[in-house]
Design a protein around this ligand. Structure first.
Ligand code: GLU
Length: 443
């Protein structure tokens, strides 16, 4: 049987690192097992779901390189959900309830005041025919609850090991609202059945849902998939993720110029004890992926680590890849190889391209020194050896060495105090511009 995974975001917002991590882990697991990856848009909440977010989510996944074998939308599957609810009605696993939200809230408060667990008391099951007729006559429309077996549900979780949830302490969940719209649980299970999902991997906020989903799978006569629940992402200090740290949307991160592979490299290993390697492509990440490496311990997301990985990816990036990312007319492989080691984000390359092409304002402290140095610039075409020959000549002629020799030359030629190795930069800048800058001119 082909393994089948799904990522099921609600299009009520853009993806943030937390969702992206779940998408990635499902995708990696699918690739690792030669399985399939389904993108399911949980768009039953008509008020909050928008087409803009639906498109945005697909766009962000594509940017990360996470392609899907199938795209499903819950909004187009109403008939399938109706059919399932009919089956549950006829088998007596759902029952009609007529309480209003206010009545339920009142019951809940009373239970809490009496120090009782606020579990739904199933009074709808005790209604007489007359009472039901009276509610109907008042115009009340029922909502429908699933009748839970009040027993322990146990499963072998790929991340948490054996998990046991006691459904005796849970309220029978509402599957259908009084306006006829299904809430999350039923569509989720029906889709997992109909699409042949074999593995459900989601956040640990769904652990108790899984217990009731397992009961719904069984009530519908379906096989129960494997489950894994990943701990939620935390900030670097172990607290909840703040906006600054990464509850930022992926598109914001993308806007800062990050490589998608820096996000993939980090998110694929967070929560495991494996080292985070800066991987240049997803194939390498699939290679090292193993769901059993993930632990129950909270995974800490540190934006500083992300930045660091991003830099490491750029430092190794081939010109073939870089040329697709750069939008610099005329940039060459020699330029890329010269500057890549100095980049934090790909955007930094633009600054160095400006240094190469000019015009820049040279930084000049000692014009006399520079004028003399200019006279010693080797004749003929400049190459990677020219810088050494030149600086040796300057050192011998003027008796300066070390920083006092290199810094003024760097500052004049590039306008900056730090940067890529000057033997490469000198060649890229070329004789004409070098001489002009040494003379203190904008060039
Ligand atoms: N739309 C649900 C969520 O984002 C899906 C949960 C699931 O994977 O079943 O939480």
């Amino acid at each position: 049987m082909t393994a089948k995974f799904r990522f099921a975001p609600s299009p009520t917002g853009f993806l943030h690192v937390g969702n992206a991590r779940l998408a990635l882990i499902n995708w990696l697991y699918a690739k690792k097992t030669g399985g399939q990856f389904v993108l399911r848009l949980d768009d039953t909440d008509e008020e909050r779901s928008t087409e803009e977010y639906a498109v945005g989510i697909q766009d962000d996944l594509t940017w990360l390189g996470l392609d899907w074998d199938d795209l499903k939308k819950q909004s187009s599957r109403k008939e399938e959900y109706d059919r399932a609810i009919d089956a549950l009605k006829s088998s007596g696993r759902v029952y009609a309830c007529y309480e209003t939200a206010e009545e339920l809230e009142y019951k809940r408060k009373r239970q809490i005041a009496r120090k009782m667990p606020p579990v739904y008391d199933r009074s709808a099951l005790k209604l007489t025919e007359d009472e039901i007729e009276k509610f109907k006559a008042e115009g009340r429309k029922p909502h429908w609850r699933f009748l839970l077996d009040q027993e322990k549900v146990t499963w072998q979780d790929d991340v948490r090991g054996e998990v046991s949830v006691d459904c005796a302490s849970m309220s029978d969940p509402v599957l259908i609202r009084s306006d006829g719209r299904p809430l999350y649980h039923l569509p989720s299970v029906v889709d997992d059945i109909d699409f042949g999902i074999t593995h459900v991997i989601r956040g640990e906020d769904h652990v108790s849902n899984t217990a009731l989903h397992i009961q719904i799978f069984k009530a519908l006569g379906a096989d129960v998939p494997a489950f894994a629940h990943l701990p939620l992402l935390m900030g670097p200090d172990g607290g909840p993720l703040s906006k600054r740290e990464g509850s930022q949307s992926l598109r914001e991160l993308r806007g800062t110029g990050l490589e998608p592979m820096s996000i993939n490299s980090l998110l694929a290993r967070l929560g495991t004890s494996d080292n985070v390697d800066a991987q240049g492509d997803l194939a390498a990440v699939v290679e090292g992926f193993d769901i059993n490496r993930f632990s129950r311990a909270a995974a800490k997301f540190d934006p500083a680590e992300l930045k660091n990985i991003n830099a490491r990816i750029l430092h190794e990036m081939s010109w073939e890849q870089a040329s697709k990312r750069l939008n610099l007319e005329g940039a060459t492989e020699a330029f890329w190889l010269a500057v890549r080691g100095n980049l934090e984000t790909i955007k930094d390359a633009e600054g160095w391209w400006n240094v190469v092409c000019g015009p820049i304002t040279p930084v000049v402290e000692d014009p006399e020194f520079l004028a003399k140095a200019a006279e010693l610039l080797p004749e003929g075409p400049l190459d990677a050896g020219s810088w050494k020959i030149w600086t040796t000549a300057v050192k011998d002629a003027l008796g300066v060495k070390g920083k006092a020799l290199f810094m003024p030359l760097r500052q004049a030629l590039t306008g900056r105090s730090h940067g890529p190795e000057m033997n490469n930069m000198l060649v890229l800048i070329g004789r004409e511009k070098a001489l002009a800058r040494l003379a203190g001119k904008q060039a």
